[in-house]
Design a binder for this molecule. Structure first.
Ligand code: UD1
Ligand code: BG6
Length: 371
């Protein structure tokens, strides 16, 4: 039932404060006077020792699920100290890339049934790796055939373009990093600040959803353009890729997510006063580097739309020289959850073609549901 929403996708975007709450339910331990705040993931707790001993962690997924894994990579590297590599399922299979028995391979999939991801799972199992699933669908092929895993419990996702599953996948993988890194005392303060951030995340997402009208107005302006670039880096490289993927999938418009650190190695040549460019510049360790990217884009008279932390418009856009989207700030590693929300579905209303696509998904309800 779509309730007051025109499309399932819209409904699912607005459900995110609740879906994130369900994802975390029973898995965050508040701690107390003599007990540290911690995370309990029932599905992997018996495998944590093996995961900590692995030579590397390999993330495998397609589309949005791959992007969610990419968003979680930095915190996993930081808290676990294990090298993390990224694989798009079809590319791993095309190359028959090396997978070892000392690897932990994490399969990320909303449906748990995506053909390429399943073939990559078969391949990793043949090569003797520990296979971990992160899926929304209880009883799916990935849930059944992995050695262990975590259900994201985001609730059924019907819209073909993934939204609430993306944010819940990131939260589960951040919790995975917290659980694997739980044996390192030196990270305790950092881990506790992330857990505090997770507790307040649903309310921050509720807050960012209030940008709805502002984003709809912006989307209306941009819909007639040929193309849209999205620049991000660090935790928000994934936001750039996922934001661009949503624009492609939903507005049927060309869009490209670009790693901001690569800007001067090619993409800068595209910049002029017509091409709209979204720059993700919320406050984290990469902030000053993003400020300098914005200055360089400015020098080329780029048409900039900058996403920044609330209250920092003057730091990213001196003299009000560009358009700004201000979002609530949260702990750096979960900021991608907040930042993706304004980019998820606002191009929807203005596109006739899109309506057809979403309607098709509404009618077929082809996706398997979680619980
Ligand atoms: C489980 C129950 C949940 C209950 C909770 C109480 C299920 C599906 N979940 O949740 O209803 O409230 O205990 O403690 O019954 N798994 C895989 N691959 C995957 C995903 C999961 O092998 O891709 C396995 C896990 O290793 C685990 C099982 O499926 O053995 C359930 O996983 P999950 O639902 O995440 O576990 P809990 O959160 O403990
Ligand atoms: C694609 C969908 O076909 O599959 C994407 O269009 C999705 O939205 C991708 O992210 C992967 O799906 P899943 O179910 O494996 O996460």
């Amino acid at each position: 039932n779509k309730g007051k929403y025109e499309h399932y996708m819209q409904k699912e975007i607005h459900e995110q404060p609740e879906s994130l709450t369900t994802t975390m339910r029973g898995r965050l331990i508040r701690g107390g006077s003599c007990k540290a705040k911690s995370v309990l993931l029932g599905g992997i707790k018996d495998h944590l020792k093996t995961i900590r001993r692995s030579r590397r962690i390999v993330f495998i997924g397609c589309g949005t699920s791959y992007n969610a894994a990419l968003a979680s990579r930095p915190i996993l590297e930081e808290l676990c100290g294990i090298p993390v590599t990224m694989e798009i399922a079809s590319d791993l299979l095309d190359r028959l890339g090396p997978i070892y028995r000392e690897d932990t391979v994490v399969f990320v999939s909303q449906s748990g049934e995506t053909a390429d991801t399943l073939l990559a799972l078969e391949y990793a199992l043949e090569n003797g790796a520990l296979c971990v699933g992160i899926t929304n669908t209880v009883g799916s092929a990935i849930a059944r055939n992995t050695h262990c895993g975590v259900h994201i419990n985001a609730g059924c996702e019907i819209g073909v373009a993934s939204t609430k599953a993306y944010t819940s996948q990131i939260v589960v993988m951040v919790m995975l990093a917290l659980a694997i890194g739980d044996d390192t005392i030196s990270n305790q303060t950092r881990r506790e600040s992330i857990i505090d951030g997770l507790f307040e995340l649903p309310s921050k997402v509720r807050e960012v959803l209030k940008l709805d009208q502002e984003m709809k107005d912006l989307a209306k302006e941009l819909m007639s353009e040929q193309s849209l670039l999205v620049f991000g880096r660090g935790y928000n490289y994934a936001t750039a890729l996922e934001g661009a993927l949503k624009v492609k999938e939903v507005a049927l418009m060309h869009s490209e997510g670009i790693l901001a650190g690569e800007m001067k190695h090619g993409p800068l040549a595209l910049v002029d006063e017509n091409l709209p460019i979204v720059v993700i510049a919320t406050h984290d360790a990469c902030f000053s580097k993003q400020q300098s990217v914005i200055q360089q884009l400015h020098a080329r008279k780029g048409r900039l739309i900058v996403m920044c932390s609330k209250g920092e418009a003057s730091l990213v856009c001196p003299g009000g020289s560009c358009r700004v989207i201000e979002v609530p700030q949260v702990v750096d590693c979960i900021q991608p959850v907040v930042n993706i929300v304004p980019l998820q579905g606002h191009f929807l209303k203005t596109s006739g073609d899109l309506r057809k696509k979403i309607k098709h998904s509404d009618e077929s309800e082809s996706r398997e549901c979680g619980r």
